[in-house]
Design a protein around this ligand. Sequence first.
Ligand SMILES: Cc1cc2nc3c(=O)[nH]c(=O)nc-3n(C[C@H](O)[C@H](O)[C@H](O)COP(=O)(O)OP(=O)(O)OC[C@H]3O[C@@H](n4cnc5c(N)ncnc54)[C@H](O)[C@@H]3O)c2cc1C
Length: 258
Amino acid sequence: MQEQDNQKPVIDNDTVNTDPSVATETANLDKAEPAVVTQEAPAETVAIDKAPEPVVEAVAAEPEIERESMEFDVIIVGGGPAGLSAAIRLRQLAIAAGNDEFMVCVVEKGSEFGAHTLSGAVIEPRALNELIPNWKEKGAPLNVPATEDRFYYLNSATRSTKVPDSLIPGPMHNNGNYIVSLGNVVRWLAVQAEELEVMMFPGFPADDILYNDDGSVRGVLTGDMGVASNGEAKPSFEPGYELLAKYTIFAEEPWSFR
Ligand SMILES: Cc1cc2nc3c(=O)[nH]c(=O)nc-3n(C[C@H](O)[C@H](O)[C@H](O)COP(=O)(O)OP(=O)(O)OC[C@H]3O[C@@H](n4cnc5c(N)ncnc54)[C@H](O)[C@@H]3O)c2cc1C
């Protein structure tokens, strides 16, 4: 037996198999590999090199949160101008078809409808004319018509030149448009939706998308309430709801569910 050098493997001639039949068999099994000479390492070395057994700690399974679920025909995520208009239109169509039971729900993460809407805007009322033709009688907050457009070319920090109207493309003219608070328009649309018995859930952010086994969208999960910044449940904890529907319309900001 030779004395072992820790860095290099030691070949003990006694353990090398010199039987030619074994050598041939090895060569046939894997022609590309050179013949392998095996050697048992001393027991002491094995003990030192052995990786320590991983310590497996028992992890307590997280308790399943019991969630209430509600079913609708359509869920609309986001109560901005688009979501509320869709809800109003769907209910108008359902009522016209004699299907008053057709349930539409809007979840809005803002504490109230309009709370998250950037306000100052000039709007063209064509879509509103189609959606609610008698919006004037119904008190829509479109009270300030745009009467004049002025376009200026800024030559420098102190000088500008007025661009003649005839050079301004048609879509940039605001004739017939209204200067509004879009937040107020959204609040008013929410009232119109409520009158049509849309189920309105302000203060309920959709937190996650729920899927069926076949990958189709089943609805959304609203956010849990009463969760501390470290993720732990506070005494006020209230689990989010599973809102399920045949159709889910995403009318929130496009980056919400990336
Ligand atoms: C600076 C600026 C100026 C503008 N000026 C004009 C203008 O002068 N005239 C004009 O016509 N348009 C203007 N626009 C565009 C106009 O604001 C938008 O076209 C319009 O708001 C789009 O409506 P929306 O319903 O699609 O989306 P949004 O208005 O963005 O509404 C989306 C709603 O979804 C909610 N939401 C988001 N995520 C969730 C969630 N996970 N769960 C529940 N709810 C959620 C939000 O709180 C929000 O209320 C302007 C936009 C900007 C940014």
